[in-house]
Design a protein around this ligand. Structure first.
Ligand SMILES: [Zn+2]
Length: 264
């Protein structure tokens, strides 16, 4: 797919997801796997290149077809061993050059491999291949909280037994993209970063545990969690709301604890 079309598809997706939101998670982050801080969002560029790769290989299985003859003529039915030094493929079938290049990275399908698994494998390879050139490797929140076990955070978020909408809200809160005065002030949208109620810095943590009815709701939640964990409520840190790094056994207990946090 031409790059301009990929950009149009990505713009339409971003518009659908974010509408008028000021703070967003980049599309490249959403396209990561869930355990890496993404949302398994479809990567249009990787998908179109995977389809583009699968098509000639499928056609090559029909003896006598034009594609099959071309692939045989330029010896493209086996993985290419030296991609930087490809021999010349005519400009009018330039797409076969791309196909030849990709064969170097994607082995032929194994006999025991189902078609679906093979397609998924090609998509994953294309996604990793394209993302290493396009996206910053480190997430913004990994820079904000360098010592946080983010893999556990994402596991807790995605396994929590709440509705999809609540889960998305928690995901946004953890990515620190919920609009509060502190962040809006940094980009000069509001004159001050202070809370309109109590004059303290207006962060999401502040709204949830320090301001208005937040402290009462948080204390109630803490006591419920403490009774599940059979511990003192003061041992439940406010950090768990935005950085749920706890690991618990059995998984039912962990999910029960997770279930309380995003509903705050
Ligand atoms: Zn306040």
């Amino acid at each position: 797919m031409p790059e301009a079309c990929t950009q149009q598809a990505n713009s339409a997706t971003a518009w659908y997801l974010w509408r008028g939101d000021i703070f967003r998670v980049p599309l490249s982050t959403l396209q990561r796997m869930k355990r890496q801080g993404g949302w398994d969002l479809h990567d249009v560029a990787a998908e179109s290149r995977a389809l583009f790769f699968i098509r000639p290989r499928a056609q090559s299985e029909y003896a006598g077809s034009l594609t099959s003859e071309w692939l045989r003529k330029w010896d493209l039915l086996t993985p290419y061993t030296n991609p930087p030094h490809m021999y010349r493929i005519p400009a009018n079938v330039e797409y076969l050059g791309q196909f030849a290049m990709d064969t170097a990275y994607i082995p032929p399908r194994e006999h025991s491999e189902s078609c679906l698994v093979y397609k998924r494998c090609i998509y994953n390879t294309m996604h990793v291949f394209l993302s290493t050139t396009n996206e910053p490797l480190e997430l913004r929140i990994a820079r904000l909280w360098p010592n946080t076990d983010l893999e556990t955070v994402w596991q807790n978020v995605h396994e929590t037994p709440v509705s999809g909408t609540v889960k998305v809200t928690w995901y946004q809160a953890i990515h620190d993209i919920v609009s509060k005065h502190e962040r809006r002030h940094k980009i000069r949208l509001v004159p001050s970063d202070l809370c309109g109620h109590c004059n303290r810095t207006d962060t999401l943590q502040h709204r949830l545990t320090e301001c208005g009815e937040g402290p009462q709701i948080w204390e109630w939640t803490r006591q419920r969690l403490a009774s599940i964990l059979r511990t003192d409520w003061r041992r439940i840190p406010p950090d768990w709301l935005l950085r749920p790094t706890f690991k618990m056994w059995p998984p039912q207990r962990r999910r029960a604890v997770c279930g309380y946090l995003p509903t705050l």
